[in-house]
Write a protein that binds this ligand. Structure first.
Ligand SMILES: Nc1nc2c(ncn2[C@@H]2O[C@H](COP(=O)(O)OP(=O)(O)OP(=O)(O)O)[C@@H](O)[C@H]2O)c(=O)[nH]1
Length: 299
């Protein structure tokens, strides 16, 4: 099950068509409307709909040009586009599919057929979202998994390189977790990992903040556009939040579950992501070696 309402953008310069289609489809998805190509492109970028119903004859640019722009942009290329048009000739229909449309409906349209085809594309959209979640989310902790983390780090690196801004990379590891499993069992261990993931996530409020389960009892935090002062505050808050869970850990020196962290704030032009992650790992090792429940920085 996906936990959000699907969105449809309907683009047509004829108001009666917009009204008929939106009342037909409002029970299936959240509806947004546009009456020309420019507004369709802007709404596609900002609303990220799950399906676009696109007329071809529009006042400013035609639907073929709109779909070309949608398919050329990384932000919108994956949105399915269904033409709904008075251009009934075979060559227009073929052109629509060649440009990447997922469907082509002729006007005057039959309401039942439009609804059935839209429902089919929404089912496919739901399946796509679920697959993406399966591919990117760690099932135990419900935060991003290692695969998503690797993609995120690369994307952030490129963005920060362009903006000449700094990134925080922090490797986080739960302390003496083998002993925790030995003492309390694997199920309690799983539960502790979920609670730690939640505690870390709750300290990350900005849109550029990110946490993933990197593997086992290890997490990675990535914060874009940061400086050392801001980064230190967030990481200290993370350590305090895990300690504040007060998860009993009798075999640990600290008597509750704690984390150790290796962290660095870096400008992407100084290092490649792989080297920065290795450095964070080395710093984490240092934090472990110096008694755990500690953060080691690169300065
Ligand atoms: N319950 C549970 N345990 C896990 C999971 N993934 C990894 N672990 C356990 O985490 C433990 C990690 O042990 P070690 O790598 O020896 O590290 P540690 O005991 O935390 O010791 P330090 O890192 O040195 O503080 C292992 O016992 C793993 O089995 C998981 O998904 N669930």
């Amino acid at each position: 099950m996906i936990n959000r309402t699907l969105r449809i953008l309907i683009v047509d310069d004829e108001k009666p068509n917009l009204m008929v289609l939106s009342s037909l489809l409002k029970s299936e998805a959240q509806i947004s409307l546009a009456t020309n190509g420019q507004s369709a492109l802007e709404k596609a970028r900002s609303l990220k709909p799950d399906l676009i119903l696109l007329d071809i004859v529009l006042p400013d640019q035609n639907g073929f040009d709109v779909i070309k722009e949608l398919k050329a942009s990384k932000a919108t290329h994956a949105i399915p586009v269904m033409f709904i048009t008075g251009l009934g000739d075979v060559s227009s229909e073929e052109k629509g599919f060649d440009l990447g449309a997922c469907d082509y409906i002729h006007k005057p349209f039959h309401l039942g057929i439009v609804k059935a085809r839209v429902k089919l594309h929404l089912t496919l959209a739901r399946q796509r979202i679920m697959l993406e979640e399966l591919a990117n989310v760690d099932p135990l902790t419900a935060i991003a998994n290692r695969r998503k983390c690797d993609q995120h780090v690369l994307a952030q690196w490129t963005a920060a390189y362009r903006k000449q801004s700094s990134i925080l990379i922090a490797m986080v590891d739960v302390d003496e977790f083998k002993l925790y499993n030995d003492e309390y069992g694997h199920d309690r261990g799983d539960n502790a990992l979920s609670l730690v993931a939640k505690a870390l996530s709750e300290q990350l409020h900005r849109s550029g903040d990110f946490v993933a389960r990197y593997g086992g009892e290890e997490f990675m935090i990535v914060i874009a556009d940061t400086n050392i002062t801001g980064a230190r505050t967030v990481i200290d808050n993370c350590c305090n939040a895990v300690r504040a869970l007060e998860l009993e850990h009798k075999s640990s020196h600290h008597s509750v579950v704690t984390i150790s962290v290796g962290a660095l704030v870096i400008e992407p032009e100084q290092q490649l992501p792989k080297a920065a992650i290795k450095q964070a790992d080395d710093l984490l090792y240092k934090a472990k070696a110096s008694g755990r429940d500690k953060v080691c920085w690169n300065d």
